[in-house]
Design a protein around this ligand. Structure first.
Ligand SMILES: [Zn+2]
Length: 230
């Protein structure tokens, strides 16, 4: 396993059932669950305890780590944080793939797309408003995305003030964005910029082999496109 190490201080510990605990750190080391993205995983080690980070939740701006005790009992004080980079990498590749999917779907169907939700854990999908495109169109979406991945394109991230954000009113996820003091804009070179708080690879060539698993009309209002990366 590959880990990224850093140090932080435990400022709060609350016991949960079954040797689980809620922990708050003085700085954000792990990326929380949110926007369809599962949280980072990893390990925290104090002087006399070690815990596995199972989930990180953003609770009104405070990151809460839900952890499972391995040895000892967590206490306040300094800890070594090990971020599971392999898990982070897979999630980032899936997240970039989801943005690429938005682009290819709107290009192939010649319509702007509006996302409803997404999940980037196992059985990843992106949910869209409207009627499921036919299988030929979905197959064209897959081919287009694969070709773009093999050509590669840089992914850049920049920050905007809300008053500068008017140009993003047509973004596929604009209605779902949280109200933040700053808008984080993720752009795949050659595609429309998308406001997004998630983690991404730096070039779409790193997404790897993308396949569309299936399309599913969920109800009258929307459908899901399930995808996988290898
Ligand atoms: Zn995103």
């Amino acid at each position: 396993m590959h880990f990224k190490e850093s140090r932080a201080t435990v400022t709060r510990v609350i016991a949960d059932k079954g040797n689980h605990f809620y922990i708050v750190l003085d700085k954000s080391v792990f990326h929380p669950k949110g926007g369809g993205q599962p949280s980072d995983k990893g390990r925290l080690s104090g002087q006399n305890f070690q815990v596995d980070v199972k989930k990180v939740i953003d609770h009104n701006g405070i990151l809460v780590y839900w952890v499972k005790g391995l040895t000892g009992t967590p206490v306040l004080g300094e800890v070594r944080c090990e971020l599971d980079l392999e898990n982070r990498r897979i999630i980032s590749r899936r997240h970039s793939a989801a943005h690429l999917l938005d682009h290819c779907l709107s290009t192939i169907t010649k319509e702007s797309v509006q996302t409803t939700d997404s999940w980037l854990g196992d059985e990843s999908y992106v949910g869209y408003k409207g009627k499921l495109p036919n299988s030929q169109l979905l197959s064209n979406v897959e081919s287009m995305a694969r070709e773009m991945i093999s050509n590669g394109a840089q992914i850049t991230i920049r920050f905007l003030k809300p008053e500068e954000s008017d140009e993003f009113k047509n973004a596929p996820n604009f209605e779902r964005l949280p109200h933040l003091s700053e808008l984080r804009i993720v752009t795949i070179t050659g595609c429309d910029p998308i406001p997004c708080g998630g983690t991404h690879v730096s070039d779409i060539s790193q997404i790897g082999e993308l396949s569309l698993q299936k399309g599913l009309q969920v109800d009258d209002n929307g459908y899901r496109v399930y995808f996988a990366i290898a």
